[in-house]
Design a protein around this ligand. Structure first.
Ligand code: FAD
Length: 392
């Protein structure tokens, strides 16, 4: 099978990164993930290994202790993690959440946090945006941050704040100007870096949510939580604008992860089909088995082109709203199609945990919903690219 098309054309440095990630992931086989999945435990050893190898700091500039590489390199890291059967969701946010500090933090804030994030001393992988009452309608979020002297006092609630129990810092989006007083629809939200070590038990309460995947996601409650004013990033009221650029990078990286998942499913299906003999020969000789695998392969390769294009344009400083959304949607759909195909190819054995197919299928399904659901991506394209009226 020639599923190596990325390796044919890319920068040798990226190829080298892929090979190093594959070697590292070899130490974390299916049994490791299955065991954690059953216990719903955090992959501490895996995250430590990635951190020590420097893979989570690829996007941090060298002056702050990272590798100073671009989104293409970060995408390669995450794709290979998923393609190796591992799950980068435990730590992918450590790579990109810091981008908001990098782009909008003061020199003092960057010096305070980025070197310690790069070294892994501090984990910044909790992103507090979603709330129970407003769902995807981020601009209606209700968590309030009110300035009192040299602090903000925060009250409200977040939901689906993943990795909150395994993070030292949280990037928090909160309302600083009441919606009715805001200058525009997107004005009035601000971004803070919250020191979770200090906040837990002092106004912050974290409650885990058990889900169909091992994702360490939580609800976070704020009850008069004090955040020093010096932890506000950029200008008060401009926070929504700041996180949008970060969200585009996130969508490209999630796209890369789902390409990795799709490639894992395709390889798994080919290997199984070639080795499974019924009716006197391998099931792979039947076109009813071959065609769905070939189709998943074609769909994945096409989606990957959009992921790579979006990453390149982002590195050139272009606005990639459309490309980032399309990359995430197409890649997540390709991985889901590949997952379904892989399960079908395995027949009954696909349901057995030891094959990892059912686990990976559950894990990859998330990405049609988070970080943004398919309907909202289609609405974005319809309105902002194709010029049709806003439907909501
Ligand atoms: C496991 C997990 C981890 C997550 N991690 C994080 C995290 O770390 N940080 C964070 O902030 N959030 C996180 N999220 C939240 C995630 O980003 C949201 O679940 C997602 O954005 C969808 O929001 P919602 O669930 O409130 O759905 P809703 O907004 O309630 O939408 C429900 C359904 O209705 C559809 N819909 C809504 N409005 C429209 C419309 N106008 N037109 C057409 N269809 C519409 C949606 O597409 C969706 O299918 C996570 C979610 C999950 C499940």
């Amino acid at each position: 099978m020639n599923a190596e098309s990325n390796l044919d054309v890319e920068d040798p440095q990226i190829t080298q990164i892929r090979q190093s990630v594959i070697a590292l992931c070899g130490n974390f086989p299916g049994e490791y993930w299955r065991d954690l999945d059953q216990k719903r435990e955090y992959p501490t050893a895996f995250v430590r290994a990635l951190t020590e190898a420097g893979f989570l700091a690829v996007l941090i500039p060298e002056e702050y202790g990272g590798s100073g590489l671009g989104l293409t390199a970060a995408a390669a890291v995450l794709e290979e993690i998923q393609r190796s059967g591992c799950n980068g969701a435990a730590c992918h946010a450590q790579m990109y959440i810091m981008g908001t500090i990098l782009r909008h933090g003061s020199a003092e804030q960057k010096a305070r946090w980025l070197p310690r994030i790069a070294s892994g001393e501090l984990r910044l992988q909790a992103f507090g945006v979603s709330e129970p009452s407003n769902g995807t309608d981020t601009l209606s979020l209700k968590t309030r941050a009110v300035r009192q002297g040299d602090h903000y006092i925060v009250n409200g609630q977040k939901i689906w704040t993943s990795r909150a129990e395994h993070s030292d810092l949280m990037l928090l989006l909160a309302r600083t100007t009441p919606k009715e007083e805001a200058k525009s629809r997107s004005h009035g939200l601000s971004v803070f870096v919250v020191d979770m070590q200090k906040a837990v038990g002092n106004g912050m309460t974290i409650k885990p949510i058990r889900t169909m995947i091992n994702h360490s996601t939580t609800q976070v409650f704020f009850d008069d939580m004090k955040v020093p004013a010096e932890n506000l990033l950029g200008e008060e009221g401009q926070g929504f604008k700041y996180i949008l650029t970060g969200m585009n990078a996130e969508r490209v990286l999630i796209g890369a992860e789902t390409i990795g998942d799709a490639r894992w499913f395709i390889k798994k299906a080919v290997d199984y089909a070639n080795g499974r003999n019924v009716f006197g020969g391998p099931i792979s000789k039947n076109q009813g088995i071959q065609f769905p695998i070939a189709k998943a392969y074609a769909q994945t390769e096409a989606a990957n082109l959009m992921v790579q294009k979006a990453a390149r344009l982002y590195e050139q400083g272009k606005d990639i709203g459309a490309e980032a959304n399309m990359a995430k949607m197409l890649a997540a759909e390709a991985s889901w199609a590949a997952a379904d195909m892989c399960l079908q190819t395995h027949g009954g054995y696909g349901f057995a945990e030891e094959y990892d197919v059912e686990r990976k299928l559950r894990e990859t399904r998330l990405y049609q919903i988070a970080p943004i659901s398919t309907n909202l991506i289609l609405s974005y394209l319809a309105e902002h690219v194709l010029g049709m009226p806003r439907s909501y």
